[in-house]
Design a protein around this ligand. Structure first.
Ligand SMILES: [Zn+2]
Length: 275
């Protein structure tokens, strides 16, 4: 990747009340200091950028391949067949990232199940889509590098009525209550990821870490601001998944970590793509 023509532009940001600059790009994200994750983020205090390319999710929905849902004893874990992995690029990312797996974090109540906290607001669960950089051979190899992983996070907000776009996923959850159980699901189980929201929704991005051991600082985080709604009964099926002791997994959330000095989180406004 060639050096940005804007590389000499001062990196110090104006506050978010200012109109966004046109001069920021992924190279500048890549130079940000990493922190441990997750973190609590004051969205209104983040510098706002609107100059990044839209995020591009490729092969998530038009994928005829099946996926597998697994109860790992710690979480619900979704993978695609290795021949049909979706790709992610654009936004704060340099190059292309390959989908590795999707998993969930939750808790016993509707407000402490998320890992990231935006403007002090807690949610029932958080979903992570884990991708690794195509310039590395595998996820395991990528973890050793600061630009190794890109994780997209969605906050899940509980509502009374079921969200029909979660139906396929939830049907799968019913079949993996016990640890190590697996079931085949189609790419329809990702139907709840709204394409329009993904390409035009705003998000926060920062350099952080895995939220499970070994907590390596190798992740470009992308957390969408708008929560995804899930029905109360649908979310209840996550809470019924059993851990190694055959009792339901109550909580699989890492507490928020301190921001190190000089750490930055960027609020990204996505500009609607013109047709
Ligand atoms: Zn996670």
């Amino acid at each position: 990747m060639s050096k940005s023509k804007y590389a000499d532009h001062p990196q110090k940001e104006k506050v978010s009340t200012q109109t966004c600059s046109r001069y920021y790009d992924p190279e500048q994200i890549s130079k940000l200091r990493a922190s441990q994750s997750p973190i609590a983020i004051s969205v209104h205090r983040c510098p706002t950028w609107s100059s990044l390319d839209p995020l591009q999710f490729r092969g998530y929905w038009d994928n005829s391949a099946n996926g597998t849902l697994l109860n790992t004893g710690q979480t619900a874990y979704f993978t695609f067949e290795s021949s049909a992995r979706p790709r992610l690029c654009g936004g704060p990312l340099i190059g292309e990232y390959i989908f590795e797996q999707m998993h969930f974090h939750w808790s016993v109540d509707d407000f402490t199940g998320c890992e990231h906290v935006l403007d002090g607001h807690g949610y029932a669960a958080e979903c992570h889509l884990v991708h690794y950089n195509t310039k590395y051979q595998s996820l395991e190899a990528a973890v050793a590098h600061p630009d190794g992983l890109a994780v997209v996070g969605f906050l899940l907000e509980v509502v009374d009525a079921p969200n029909p776009s979660f139906d396929e996923f939830v049907e799968g959850l019913e079949k993996i209550k016990k640890r190590d159980q697996t079931c085949e699901v189609s790419s329809e189980s990702l139907a709840w990821m709204d394409r329009e929201d993904l390409s035009s929704g705003n998000y926060v991005t920062y350099k952080g870490s895995l939220t499970t051991p070994p907590y390596t600082e190798c992740v470009t985080w992308i957390i969408y601001e708008k929560p995804v709604q899930i029905g109360s009964e649908q979310l209840g099926l996550l809470r019924q998944l059993e851990g190694p002791d055959s009792i339901p997994i109550e909580r699989n959330v890492r507490p928020t970590q301190r921001h190190p000095p000089g750490h930055s989180v960027i609020y990204v406004k996505q500009v609607k793509a013109k047709l």
